[in-house]
Design a protein around this ligand. Structure first.
Ligand SMILES: C[S@@+](CC[C@H](N)C(=O)[O-])C[C@H]1O[C@@H](n2cnc3c(N)ncnc32)[C@H](O)[C@@H]1O
Length: 220
């Protein structure tokens, strides 16, 4: 009898832990994942799907985040097709055509338009996305179309409040692998969003989601 009671106690404790874990777990879409700068401190409690167009970069990401689902493909299209399947969406569209370096590059003969993919995603998410999202980019050389939150060298557009944090210093990840992989990694490391900024944004989103859940719970 004693043993059965102990066993039942252990069983229900494990069950409660599992249920709590599931309640805390979110389905996260990590678009333009790179090698995972913003994802680095998100832990392993969430179900994370990362979209990256470059196979070699995706391979580096997968080695670091074994539990994540990594899809090699077009993040812009993936967002349209799958945005309803997630609880939180992070997007880091490529920044080269927006950054202040374009002043210098234009003078050097690199003449180009800013890529409107960034604004397409912001407008789309703003109007159709029912869950929390954050679109990240570097500060642009032109006045942004929508007011962003500015943190460090980043612009952030979100449908929840992101509190101010001290400008994060850039963390550079470890280097390993062969020469070719190392140079790819080097480039991707320069592209990385600061780990702590990624964590801060997710924490802010989760705080809002939790308080909304509590408010909804109080209604019933
Ligand atoms: C600014 S970096 C992302 C940095 C990443 N968020 C991090 O913190 O490490 C942009 C990434 O998007 C990838 N990329 C560019 N165009 C893409 C597309 N259409 N679909 C998916 N990934 C794309 C690039 O290969 C690059 O790794």
């Amino acid at each position: 009898m004693f043993f059965i009671r102990c066993w039942l106690q252990l069983f229900f404790r494990a069950l409660a832990k599992l249920i709590l874990q599931k309640l805390k777990q979110m389905k996260i879409l990590n678009l333009y994942a790179g090698i995972g700068g913003n994802r680095k401190l998100w832990g392993n409690d969430h179900k994370i799907t990362a979209i990256e167009i470059d196979q070699q970069t995706a391979d580096i990401y997968k080695k670091e985040f074994l539990n994540d689902t990594v899809i090699v493909g077009d993040a812009h299209q993936y967002l349209l097709d799958h945005y309803k399947e997630f609880d939180f969406i992070w997007s880091s569209p490529p920044c080269p055509t927006h950054s202040v370096t374009n002043h210098f590059l234009n003078a050097q003969g690199i003449i180009r338009y800013p890529d409107m993919m960034l604004w397409q995603e912001i407008i789309f998410l703003k109007h159709f996305c029912k869950v929390k999202y954050c679109v990240e980019n570097v500060k642009s050389y032109y006045d942004p179309m929508f007011n962003p939150k500015e943190i460090g060298r980043h612009y952030l557009w979100s449908n929840f409040t992101i509190s101010t944090i001290e400008q994060p210093k850039k963390d550079i990840g470890r280097m390993n692998g062969n020469r070719q992989a190392a140079s790819k990694k080097n480039k991707q490391e320069r592209n990385m969003v600061n780990y702590r900024l990624g964590q801060h944004v997710l924490d802010c989103a989760m705080n809002v989601i939790r308080s909304e859940d509590i408010k909804q719970g109080e209604l019933f």
